[in-house]
Write a protein that binds this ligand. Structure first.
Ligand code: NSS
Length: 428
């Protein structure tokens, strides 16, 4: 353990104890300490007077490059501490630091988001998030899906018109993509099964702890995939991601720090339960909800339902009328469609929506009109049904929704470094 290392990072806290200075350093090099602070011990005898005096007054968030010896110390975070031998480089931060010692209101933290994200809490969230997308990708690649790169500037809506962000596109109207789905549907005729990870935008005015106006969307679409096939792909990918996260000791400990109990994650089993929408209405009515068949499940309903489960679960066979124009109706009853939402347990609710797509062109045109969209604009999407139409299915998972449940965070904004919310004020 007694090797000399160079450590680079920023001062998180400093305190003096007797003749020693203790610095909690937010270390980014070496990377193994990122997400926790490294305890740095500064003794007068190991440094020049000049160096010691500089460190004695070092301000919060000053950048430091130091050399020293790592020693085991069970009481320090991570079980080691660095005994400094040399200060290689310093950049003193202005003082006071805007996010100093005291607690700050959510608004102050949002206004200082560019600084807030430096804290160990956000370092952990950002690293866990990266792993989540890595493992989702890994599952899909291992299962033979191609990663593709659909556009963000689009000219047709994929979801409801009410949540479209308009863009001035050289005097014509464009939109920010709500979902890559329609383009993925086009791409399956080229590559068979495809997935993408892109930002999606929703002009959602509703200020809820689970809505962002910009979120990261993991979407997949497979030719000849039926309703059950796409549910199996989703549950396998989600279960794989959780298993891989828990296999990594550091991720496992961090997830435990955030959510407390991880037994639900450890006990995830395939297949996930599937319940029909009509059954959820019965359950909700028995719990006293004033809801009837045909109503959408709101946040409160989803929460109550999801508290009943200890596993992620699918709600299937929704009413066609409350789902988007592209979902396929069941042949037995056109009022019911092949759409399924994957719900997180523990009160968290929807994390994916997916299902089988309408492949009949006439029914699709009818549904596009009913949605209030112009079928002319969708000529290219309708061509997919004209030239070699096949049964196909897909889904979209909101990375932030998944993260919110995984870490049991109250607000979805904490899963992204720079959240985009319905408010403009206080956003960096
Ligand atoms: O609108 S969705 O329910 N469905 C689609 O966009 C499909 N076109 C996806 C597909 O089949 N390719 O959104 C899918 C998921 C949803 O379950 C959430 O997890 C997430 O996208 N989502 C959001 N996350 C955060 N904030 C907002 N506003 C949001 N809207 C959807």
């Amino acid at each position: 353990m007694a090797e000399e290392v160079v450590v680079k990072g920023w001062v998180y806290k400093r305190r003096k104890m007797g003749a020693k200075i203790f610095i909690d350093l937010r270390t980014v090099f070496p990377q193994e300490f990122t997400g926790q602070v490294l305890q740095v011990v500064v003794s007068k005898e190991s440094l020049s007077d000049d160096e010691f005096n500089r460190l004695k007054k070092i301000t919060q968030e000053s950048a430091l490059e130091i050399k020293g010896i790592l020693k085991e110390e069970p009481r320090a975070p991570g079980g080691v501490e660095l005994h400094v031998n040399k200060v290689l480089w310093v950049n003193e931060a202005e003082s006071p630091y805007p996010l100093g010692k005291k607690a700050h209101s959510p608004d102050v933290l949002l206004r200082n988001r560019h600084l807030t994200i430096r804290s160990p809490r956000y370092q952990k969230i950002l690293i866990i998030r990266e792993k989540v997308t890595d493992f989702l990708r890994e599952w899909f690649k291992q299962d033979g899906w191609y990663e593709v790169f659909p556009p963000i500037l689009v000219f047709t809506a994929a979801e409801g018109g009410a949540t479209l962000f308009k863009v001035d596109y050289f005097e014509e109207i464009g939109f920010l993509s709500q979902s890559a789905q329609l383009y993925l549907e086009a791409l399956i005729f080229s590559l068979g099964k495809v997935f993408s990870l892109t930002p999606s935008f929703r002009a959602e005015k509703s200020r809820t702890p689970r809505h962002l106006t910009e979120f990261w969307h993991f979407e997949a679409e497979g030719a000849w995939y039926r309703y059950d096939d796409i549910m199996r792909a989703q549950e396998s990918a989600v279960a794989y991601t959780i298993k891989k996260l828990l296999e990594d000791e550091k991720m496992r400990n961090w997830i435990k720090e955030f959510r407390g109990d991880i037994s639900i994650l450890e006990n995830i089993k395939l297949p996930f339960p599937r319940i029909k929408y009509s059954e959820t209405i019965d359950i909700l009515q028995s719990k006293g909800f004033n809801i009837s068949w045909g109503d959408d499940l709101g946040a409160d309903e989803e929460k109550a339902l999801s508290e009943e489960f200890e596993q992620p679960f699918f709600v299937t066979h929704y009413p066609t009328a409350i789902k988007a124009f592209y979902v396929k109706e069941t042949p037995e009853d056109p009022k019911i469609c092949y759409s399924a939402d994957l719900m997180a347990p523990e009160g968290y609710g929807e994390i994916t929506t997916g299902g089988e797509r309408e492949e009949n062109i006439d029914r699709l045109i009818e549904r596009i009109k009913r949605e209030g969209f112009d079928p002319e604009l969708y000529y290219w999407y309708l061509d997919l049904r004209r030239y070699g139409s096949v049964p196909h299915s897909g889904f979209g998972l909101g990375i932030e929704r998944f993260m919110r449940w995984l870490l049991k965070l109250y607000h979805i904004r904490d899963t992204v470094p720079f959240p985009r919310l319905a408010r403009r004020k206080e956003l960096v």
